[in-house]
Design a protein around this ligand. Structure first.
Ligand code: ARG
Length: 442
């Protein structure tokens, strides 16, 4: 029974929140005349001693006492005697644990937001450095059109920006106090729920005591928000893995974020990026796990809900690691602009520019321009060169209306410079995006 029932091995992490909740509760009990001032002072001082003991290490956590709530209360009784027994007046572990977990998660959401902001700062700094660095943009992982590396990095800044919005939404919804719901039905004691809510920094007491002890939707919502952050980090990590391979050679990861191989002396493996990608699996797994725990539970509290904690703790620990690693990799990576520019000059990346020119300068309908350009690409393939390396005579052999203007047009740097539409890849536009991103996010 103890082995399946005890949660102390993992919920001891809630000690600080549990003590903060208890101090608020007993302060309110005294203010309402439910316990004496004297007892409230003894209990508060005792709780602070318990906290100091835990933080000093060596606190005698006892699995027979099941969870953090009972461990702290038992120690309090040992320290201050029978007055400790008054702390749990008008309270249940059901509203207590819901309160603790909300307090814990609120702080972790704030930390995650701060870490996301740090990643955005790193991405924006690197984007600013590389506003005019040309790289191939991909669709289907096939070379599509040249883009600015800064533009590409700013795409992640937008994604992380929306993630921060979701973390903030979650924080706003979870910031209600369950304290005072007691076991499920409320209490006959004249408690002041607004007071405990305020003492703990909650916006208000929860409206319905049954809901307050029943739901863990705030856990699910936080895990969903965390999963989206992780999914974005995983895509970034995948790109770092690809880009740092010899075949791409777009970047080099720093020694701080790569490892050697134990057998192949030449290797530098992007382990940190791979682990950011890999840990996303546990974070998404945590989301699905808690959803499945919750989905069949009749109201109100069932012990199943104790299974919310390990996935939640693990997911937010993993997320913090992933954000730190991603930020470090982005800040540290060496950009090989030459290799990127070379790659942007392959795969006929400026074919769209030629087709657009035929439309804009010659008045050819776009579909026809597409066909003509296709014939030119085929010729380049036959000659084993890139579109931009064909001689003017070759181009004119297929489409006589092509003139010398086209030669400059097919240069990738010029191709990006022309894409000045709002949010587009032209360095002039990307520079504006950098400035706006700084204002919006940092
Ligand atoms: N350890 C429990 C949990 O994490 C605390 C709540 C226990 N409540 C109860 N009625 N047994 O969910």
């Amino acid at each position: 029974m103890e082995a399946i029932n005890a949660s102390i091995d993992f919920d001891r992490r809630l000690y600080a929140e549990d003590i903060a909740g208890s101090v608020a509760h007993v302060t309110m009990l005294a203010a309402q005349g439910i316990v004496t001032q004297e007892d409230a002072v003894a209990i508060t001082e005792g709780l602070h001693r318990v906290r100091d003991e835990i933080e000093a290490g060596g606190f005698p956590f006892d699995r027979a006492l099941e969870d953090i709530h009972m461990n702290i209360e038992a120690r309090l009784a040992a320290l201050i005697g029978p007055a400790a027994g008054r702390l749990h007046t008008a309270r249940s572990r059901n509203d207590q644990v819901a309160t603790d977990l909300r307090l814990w998660l609120r702080a972790r959401l704030d930390q995650a937001d701060e870490a996301c902001r740090g990643l955005q700062a790193a991405l924006i700094d690197r984007a600013e450095e590389h506003v005019a660095t040309v790289m191939p943009g991909f669709t289907h992982l096939q070379v599509a059109q040249p883009v600015s590396l800064g533009h590409h990095l700013l795409a992640y800044v937008e994604m992380i920006g929306r993630d921060r919005g979701r973390l903030a939404d979650c924080r706003g919804r979870l910031n209600e106090s369950p304290l005072g719901a007691a076991a499920l039905a409320g209490t006959s004691f004249p408690i002041d729920r607004a007071m405990t809510a305020e003492l703990l920094g909650f916006d208000r007491p929860s409206a319905n005591s049954i809901d307050a002890v029943s739901d863990r939707d705030f856990v699910v919502e936080a895990l969903a928000a965390a999963s989206l952050v992780a999914m974005h980090l995983s895509r970034l990590a995948e790109e770092l893995v690809l880009w740092s391979s010899a075949q791409f050679g777009f970047i080099a990861l720093s020694d701080r974020f790569s490892t050697g191989s134990s057998i192949m002396p030449q290797k530098r493996n992007p382990d940190a990026a791979e682990l950011v990608r890999g840990k996303t699996g546990r974070i998404v797994g945590a989301l699905i796990g808690v959803l499945i725990v919750m989905k069949g539970l009749a109201l109100t509290y069932s012990k199943d809900m104790q299974e919310d904690k390990e996935p939640l703790f693990d997911a937010f620990d993993s997320l913090a690691l992933c954000l730190t690693a991603a930020t470090g990799m982005v800040r540290d990576m060496t950009v090989k602009a030459d290799a990127m520019a070379r790659a942007a000059g392959t795969g006929h990346a400026t074919a769209t520019d030629l087709a657009d020119w035929l439309v804009q300068k010659v008045g050819v309908p776009f579909r026809e321009a597409h066909t003509i350009t296709g014939q030119i690409v085929k010729l380049a393939d036959e000659k084993g060169c890139d579109l931009k390396d064909l001689a003017l005579a070759d181009l004119r052999g297929i489409e006589p209306r092509i003139n010398a203007d086209v030669v400059a047009l097919l240069d990738p740097a010029q191709a990006i410079a022309r894409r000045t539409s709002e949010g587009g890849t032209a360095p002039s536009e990307v520079a504006k995006q950098v400035a706006r991103a700084r204002q919006r996010f940092l």
